[in-house]
Design a protein around this ligand. Structure first.
Ligand SMILES: [Zn+2]
Length: 451
């Protein structure tokens, strides 16, 4: 199989396919550029307006009829590939240069509205919060992980977190609750423990955090270990809760008095917010918007779980159009801002990672450069774990990769078979061994210690 490279796009990745579909309205092309491997210019990479790489997969499938197997026939290679074919996979030969322009089947989609910034969206639903409370419950973690992973791909994308309630209750208290939840989610993504401390002193008694929230977090921690607290979540302080606080305090180097003082609660929040992979890059723009019952998902005045939600929009570009302030200060009913954003949502943000999250320290990370020191950006890679399973990833714009849930001695290799070598100039970094692929283009593998 050497001498062949395979693009296998979006197999079994439903959400990614939605993202793909959304990316191809007219005028938006994704180019897949395969430079000459034989002359060793660079590994396969993707260029175009959308920075997300296509998924590589080692499984191959048939060559679509309209993709030429003759690389010399440039025009035919450039012919469009259908969605179905993309889904089925495309196989190309190496040793040649290909440019594949995908522009198929989606010409009928409406053109983007220039007055609305496109986005992708994640949503927390009623099950991710307790009644009247803002604490994102442990099942929220994979959603945060997905949002953070998406955001880290391009931290210039502005995030907007929009809280909603159902129509039961006063407008004021619903606005307050939706604001609390949006703020709590924003704080989680930034690991801003101080922002959560204020919930323990919430002016509204029914919204105030206490022993119950302590117990929820203590039950989820330490991640990957035996929970500090294994008792019922009843909000009643007692010996079991005190003991669990002592365990936390011991772990964090605090005085083990078993009391939920401010220092202990800050430590508890910090540990909860440290859930692997849930943090966005520093400087990421995160705005919040409280909508209360202004923008119902289901048009009913009754209690409705679908209306109790928090949306997280990751917009393509800043500034967000229309401005969140236009909704905040707008007339309700009548405000069309939220509906406008919703209409331009391209797809969901995939939920990320496993639950429970990987143990601390089980992250494989590093940097891959070309020989000249240029970061190898957007390079798909695979880590083979000791148990034979595999995890995939892609380097970011700086050539950095980060793969969670890696234990023991893992092997890292590039999906397209180019070999990797330790970079003698930069210990711990790896360099793509271009021009040195060896006879038959044997895939380079290198044993890599877990960070
Ligand atoms: Zn509005």
């Amino acid at each position: 199989m050497f001498g062949e490279r395979i693009i296998h796009a979006f197999e079994a990745v439903k959400d990614a396919f939605d993202d793909l579909r959304a990316s191809f309205f007219p005028g938006f092309f994704r180019e897949v550029d395969f430079p000459r491997a034989a002359t060793g210019a660079q590994p396969a990479r993707f260029a175009g307006r959308h920075s997300e790489p296509l998924q590589f997969n080692a499984k191959c499938s048939s060559v679509p009829d309209n993709v030429s197997k003759s690389p010399a026939d440039d025009k035919s290679v450039r012919r469009a590939v259908t969605k179905a074919q993309l889904r089925a996979g495309v196989r190309l030969q190496t040793g040649r240069s290909f440019v594949l322009i995908v522009d198929a089947e989606t010409r009928t989609e409406a053109p983007p509205n220039p007055d609305v910034t496109p986005s992708v969206r994640a949503s927390f639903d009623a099950a991710h919060f307790e009644t009247a409370k803002a604490l994102p419950l442990p099942p929220s973690l994979p959603i945060f992980r997905g949002i953070a992973a998406y955001s880290r791909q391009d931290p210039s994308r502005p995030l907007l977190i929009v809280g909603h309630t159902d129509a039961v209750g006063s407008a004021e208290s619903n606005l307050m609750l939706s604001d609390d939840r949006a703020q709590a989610c924003a704080a989680f993504l930034k690991a801003d423990a101080g922002a959560w401390m204020r919930f323990y002193a919430h002016p509204q008694k029914s919204h105030q955090w206490g022993v119950r929230e302590d117990q929820i977090m203590l039950s989820a921690l330490p991640f990957g270990g035996t929970p500090y607290f294994a008792g019922p979540i009843d909000g009643i302080a007692g010996r079991q809760t005190d003991d669990s606080l002592r365990k936390l305090q011991n772990n964090q180097g605090l005085t083990a008095n078993g009391k939920p003082d401010n220092q202990t609660r800050a430590a508890l929040i910090n540990e909860y917010m440290a859930a692997e992979g849930t943090r966005v890059e520093a400087g990421t723009s995160i705005q919040t918007l409280a909508c209360g019952k202004r923008h119902l998902e289901v048009n009913t005045q009754s209690a409705n779980a679908q209306n109790r939600r928090v949306d997280v929009f990751a917009f393509d570009t800043a500034p967000i159009k229309p401005l969140p302030a236009d909704c905040r200060n707008g007339t309700h009913p009548g405000c069309t801002v939220y509906e406008a954003w919703k209409k331009e949502v391209k797809g969901p943000i995939p939920v990320g990672g496993d639950n429970p999250p990987p143990k601390a320290g089980s992250v494989l990370k590093g940097k891959i450069t070309y020989r000249d020191g240029t970061p190898a950006a957007g390079v798909p890679l695979i880590v083979e774990l000791p148990d034979g399973s595999k995890k995939g990833g892609t380097t970011d714009a700086g050539g950095n990769y980060r793969i969670e849930g890696v234990e023991g001695s893992a092997k890292l290799r590039l999906v397209d078979g180019l070999s990797l070598a330790e970079d003698p100039a930069h210990p711990g970094q790896q360099v793509v061994a271009v021009n040195g692929g060896g006879a038959g283009g044997a895939a380079g593998e290198t044993g890599t210690a877990v960070a």
